[in-house]
Design a protein around this ligand. Sequence first.
Ligand SMILES: [Fe+2]
Ligand SMILES: [Fe+2]
Length: 256
Amino acid sequence: MDDQRKTELRNELTRFASRYWAGEAEVAHAFFSVPRTDAEHLRWLGLQAYKELQPRTDGIIIKLIEKLTADYGKLEHGVDRHDMLYAAQFLEEEFRHYVLFADVIDHITGKQVTMDEVVKYELPGETDLRAVRKEFADKHGALAKFASSFCEGGGASIYYEGMLMTGSPLAEHVAHACKGVYEDEVDHAVHGASDLAGAADTEEDWALAKEMVAAISEQRVRMRNEQFGFPMSDVRFAEMVAGTIEIPERYAAMLV
Ligand SMILES: [Fe+2]
Ligand SMILES: [Fe+2]
């Protein structure tokens, strides 16, 4: 497949996935646009802290620490220094995201959150999302891994909406945390898209990638809807899946 066709297919997939990113934005916007209780804020912040840290044996942070340890021994002998630097940056960014959201939790509770508490913030929609990703990974290997990365951050939509919060000390804390995450997650998604473009070599690969992106993204929106207290109705969800939802222009920045 030539580069021009690859770019076309990558952009097509970005345009297609934008409906789900718009869905995540709508969910977060509905949540942030009215006053919320501390308990409601703790539900979304807790899940978010959980997602960033992933305190479990196969979680992203511990896996990256193990990867860096293993890669160091093979540096310049099979491990590219640029790839290792990206992994180190990725670790710094995801761990920093955890710190930002955990700090807001502490601001609300007046205590220091523990790892045990963070584990309890996992919601069923997140467990289901992980299961969808794992099923694809077991079935389709690397292509599924990259399709997953393509979906990472969901267009950074909830951070974009959170960044706009203002008017109270808690709102300022939320905005600060979301600002600290937004640019990184746009970057992670772009990186995920170029990894996918590197791995998808045939029309069939791209068709399969689209199928996986649709299934993963749908479950992402369900997870977000639960995270923010179900502001999106089933009817609206169906409209989003059908692609009749309005797409914010900012996603055009992800086109290449
Ligand atoms: Fe993150
Ligand atoms: Fe990320």
